[in-house]
Design a protein around this ligand. Structure first.
Ligand code: NDP
Length: 245
């Protein structure tokens, strides 16, 4: 397998962290982005024992900060082969509570963060005539439920942005592939950051019953990356065998 330069947002925990470890084990050069520097530093040190990684403290809701992550990849490894948009938050709540701050954070990180990632790297991939986006949506992009309206809307937006990008890059014959990964419940820090404690309690029970390891998501991301360049795995829906919805 060819060595690739892979940028991962949301790399300080959960799906991003598990994916960074697996892709590094497979011989790729990894560029880690998130806000918690101590986590990024520890992970980069761990990977650098046997592999290659660097990091940049990044807030994906800020375009300049996200561009800094792309620049770190170019300065360190000279190219960007894959950009994984894994940064995201899920502070769900009923609309009546009016948690506008949470709504805005989800829009800023889950939607604008993905757009900022695309804007920070697409021209580089076009120039290289090869590249790939892995955008982490959710099964919440395909269905919604009480308390989950804003989160689902942000993940549906990720799905739509990804599909339009796929069509544009296919039409341009740019060699840029687009993959959306839509997981069900995954055992990460996501639920611990839900601000509505009642909603969080319900989610904890659900996650206890159904959540799968983030290593499973890392595996399908790796298989999308390792697919021959003439073929794009465009969407992967992945959840516990026993998760109904
Ligand atoms: P975690 O909470 O473990 O990871 C979220 C990551 O996003 C962290 O690394 C966090 O790092 C980062 N992040 C949050 N805000 C920002 C920001 N403004 N700028 C940069 N990074 C940020 O959860 P998961 O690993 O589960 O989440 C990864 C993705 O998977 C998310 O998009 C989530 O919506 C999606 N997903 C998760 C599912 C699940 O059940 N766990 C199911 C379906 C989809 P830091 O705080 O250091 O910035």
């Amino acid at each position: 397998m060819d060595k690739k330069v892979i940028v991962i947002t949301g790399a300080s925990s959960g799906i991003g962290e598990a994916t960074a470890k697996l892709l590094a084990e497979q011989g790729n050069q990894i560029v880690l982005g998130a806000r918690r520097e101590n986590r990024l530093q520890d992970l980069a040190n761990e990977i650098n024992q046997d592999g290659e990684a660097t990091y940049a403290v990044t807030d994906v809701s800020d375009l300049e900060s996200t561009k800094g992550l792309a620049q770190k990849a170019l300065d360190t490894f000279g190219r960007i082969d894959v950009w994984i948009n894994a940064a995201g938050l899920m502070p769900q709540s009923p609309f009546i509570e009016g948690r506008v701050k949470d709504w805005n954070t989800m829009i800023d990180v889950n939607i604008k963060g993905v757009l900022n990632g695309i804007d920070s790297s697409l021209k580089t991939m076009r120039d290289q005539k090869t590249g790939q986006y892995i955008n982490i949506a959710s099964i919440a992009a395909h269905e919604t439920h009480a308390n989950g309206g804003v989160y689902s809307a942000t993940k549906a937006a990720v799905w739509m942005i990804s599909e339009a990008l796929r069509q544009e890059e296919a039409a341009a014959k740019s060699g840029v592939r687009v993959t959306v990964v839509s997981p069900g419940a995954v055992n990460t820090e996501l639920v611990s950051k839900v601000t509505d404690k009642n909603v969080q309690k319900g989610m904890e029970a659900f996650y206890k019953a159904f959540a799968i390891s983030p290593n499973r998501i890392a595996k399908v991301i790796a298989s999308a990356i390792n697919m021959p360049a003439d073929t794009a795995l465009n969407e992967i829906v992945i959840r516990s065998t026993n998760q109904i919805a």
